[in-house]
Write a protein that binds this ligand. Structure first.
Ligand code: KMH
Ligand code: ZN
Length: 278
């Protein structure tokens, strides 16, 4: 059992509207301020989706490069860009995200129904993303929305080799309408399936919406790490809106301390994940 906890903040996502969720960071200034606040209370990784001037999701390469640069300059956080984008983003735009040279990028391991939409991840696209990341020294976080995607991950690693740095880290994204539920039982099933992955594989978990707390507690008890943020939940308790991403990170850090697995520093997280040096 690991003695510390990696906490990732996913502050924005591509789904919520700023008009519905005023606490959502949508400008570069808001993103950097969020990063600083979240690092101060225990985050070591930031999972980034950007918005344009109209607060709509964007994969604009210039904006992505600016965000990577600003977060590196102003925080110690590991910068993980989303290659998932929004469900409407074409594959070529999602691959181009890597040109912004982040420390990490997400790599979703299969297609999943996503509410009323479909989050499309063809096998050939996954292989391309995995391979390009390795060629560029970018560490993937494999996003797992359903149990079978762990089998797909094993197939990917068997056929195409380990990621850059050699360490495998994945994130269980639970309770998406269309994916696996945000329950202890589902998390345990995933942990059992991870036995077929390379030794030393680590995982984070996040529960969407009301899955947040059960998944957080289950992950801590199973030796997993945590992802929290407004991308995944906009409600702190029933009928109570989240005030800020830092509020969610602080709660996750408090649970981690109670579990006697306090938050990892960004430097410790870099070592764990095998992030390339400057
Ligand atoms: N916004 C979702 C369609 C990722 O960042 O890689 C995809 C997503 C996963 O959020
Ligand atoms: Zn995301």
């Amino acid at each position: 059992m690991t003695t510390t906890t990696l906490i990732t903040v996913a502050p924005t996502g591509a789904e919520s509207r700023k008009s519905d969720v005023p606490a959502l960071p949508v400008t570069l200034e808001e993103l950097v301020a969020t990063g600083k606040e979240c690092q101060a209370v225990g985050a070591s990784v930031i999972h980034v989706h950007l918005r344009d001037d109209a607060a709509e999701p964007t994969l604009d390469l210039g904006l992505l490069k600016d965000a990577v640069g600003a977060l590196r300059a102003e925080t110690d956080l590991i910068v993980q860009l989303s290659s998932g984008g929004a469900v409407t983003d074409p594959e070529e735009d999602r691959l181009r995200v890597l040109d912004a040279e982040p420390d990490m990028a997400s790599c979703t391991m299969g297609t999943v129904n996503f509410g009323d939409d479909v989050f499309l991840n063809r096998w050939a696209f996954i292989v391309e993303l995995h391979t390009r990341m390795r060629d560029r020294g970018i560490v993937p976080e494999y996003e797992i929305f359903d149990l079978g995607q762990l089998t797909a991950l094993r197939r990917l690693l068997d056929k195409h080799g380990l990621p850059f740095g050699g360490h495998v880290h994945l994130d269980l994204v639970m309770n998406v309408p269309g994916g696996m539920p945000g329950t202890t039982e589902a998390l345990v099933a995933c942990v059992q399936a991870m036995r077929d992955l390379p030794e030393g594989t680590t995982f984070s978990a996040t529960g969407i919406g009301r899955g947040t707390l059960p998944v957080m507690l289950a992950s801590l008890s199973a030796g997993g790490h945590l992802r929290v943020g407004l991308e995944d939940t906009v409600t702190y308790a029933k009928g109570v809106p989240v005030e800020s991403n830092a509020q969610l990170v602080a709660r996750a850090a408090a649970f981690a301390r109670l579990a006697q697995r306090p938050p990892m520093t960004p430097a410790e997280a870099r070592t764990l994940l095998g992030i390339r040096g400057e």
